[in-house]
Design a protein around this ligand. Sequence first.
Ligand code: FAD
Length: 497
Amino acid sequence: MSLVPDIDEGSRPVIVWFRDDLRLADHPALDAAQRSGRPLICVYVVEDAHSGVRAPGGALRWWLHQGLQALGNNLLRQGGELLLLSGQASQRLLELAMRTQAAGIFWNRRYGQAERSQDAQIKQLFREQGRFANSLPGAVLYEPWTVRPGDDRPYQVFSAYWRACQRLGPPSMPLPRPARWLFAEVDRRGVAGCTSLADLDLQPRHPDWAGGLRDAWAAGEDGAWRRLEEFLDETLQGYAEGRDFPGRDACSRLSPYLRLGHLSPRQVWHAVWSSATMHRLSGQDVDKFLSELGWRDFCYYLHYHYPDLSRHNLQPSFDAMPWRDDAGALRTWQQGRTGFPLVDAGMRELWSTGWMHNRVRMVVASFLVKHLLLDWRHGEAWFWDTLVDADAASNPASWQWVAGCGMDAAPYFRIFNPVLQGQKFDPHGDYIRRWVPELAKLPDRVLQQPWTATAAQARAAGVRLGQDYPLPCVEHALGRERALQAYAQMRGRTRPD
Ligand code: FAD
């Protein structure tokens, strides 16, 4: 039975399936649907575990709630609505199409294995019923199969990959937001799986741990564009040098907006390019920033070619790594109580805001896999649960990069010293003082290694070391030595006879 009276072919509606693209501008699927001239049904499906698509962690669920709310409000302003469904996407969408006599469906592509299999299945189901199902380019600058290496092997090294992208020319121009809107009227009653934002229960309640996230992030396209414009006006100039300093406001903080597609990477690329041309900005800052967007694309490219990125070492020799099993050490790291101020500051920033500065992500990840000798998958899972930008491609690819088992990875034997990293990239301790306030009054000289403070310095700063702030959970030299021995052991085990 249909929920709309019989309608002639020309006015049958089309479904626009929103996924990681919660915006109205530069939305190829929405643009194609609108140009079809048919009334639109805009829908988001909160997928169940059967899809195989990685279920979002806690912070991303919170961010998804904000994003869906903002998109719903934007559609409402155009006279439409966002239909929320829960369940198995293929089943729900097909039922919706049958109920509403939809002629077909449009969506923007995702590039993981589970997502692609699901897309193929839905295309087949729709087409079997005489409906069309069209997918369009998704959240990348260059779709993975367009960047072709000389031989059969996918690119293994970022610089070669990025040069190949650049040879393809600039990414396509972003599409404008539709100028005219025509929505189908859908009676929600009887649409299988139809639900409300409140019933999706995406936000934490007891305890409500999202206060810091609410303070840090304004969702939606408007919030995203404000952030981008601030970055262009205030921070792009000087980005290449400043981006490594977590105490400065020197990077874009656009990753959460890119994650759920409040902005597309094409929009960011072109906004940066035109702002740089207009203000004659340094090529170095612009090139560096665009290459970071390139790293994001590279992660998507790797995820496309190596779907098991979050589970398996890209370099199989690491399967023999003698990781330790130490739940206590993992908890110490998660809670930001390692006794190394830069590591603890990062882990507390993550817990509080759902985001962490890139330099500090590298330091805390290195600390976990090297000083604590814990499997990178533990860290990846914790980030997955706590980051608002938790990304199925960038997160595992970056963890593997730090652990030394990824593509173009930092060698395992290069071990960050968290004290020296702090002295170099947070020389006045602005970042540490913000996130580890119990150390705020220590002088710069000892801030990065508080265990070297004299009793008088600690007393004057009002901190009791070992009580208010922990002593180091592992000595740097010992942790380093243990990591190197484990690495040598792994190589011994995997070295061919
Ligand atoms: P900017 O410096 O302003 O860069 C602009 C954009 O480029 C970012 O928004 C991001 O989309 C992209 N980008 C920048 N650096 C990288 C990078 N190294 N790899 C991939 N893309 C990059 N990024 C995520 O988006 N999601 C993740 O889950 C994620 N997990 C990470 C885990 C570890 C262990 C590490 C070391 C890095 C991880 N990153 C992840 C990459 C990077 O840390 C963040 O993208 C960056 O910190 C976001 O801040 P920003 O928007 O200010 O970046």
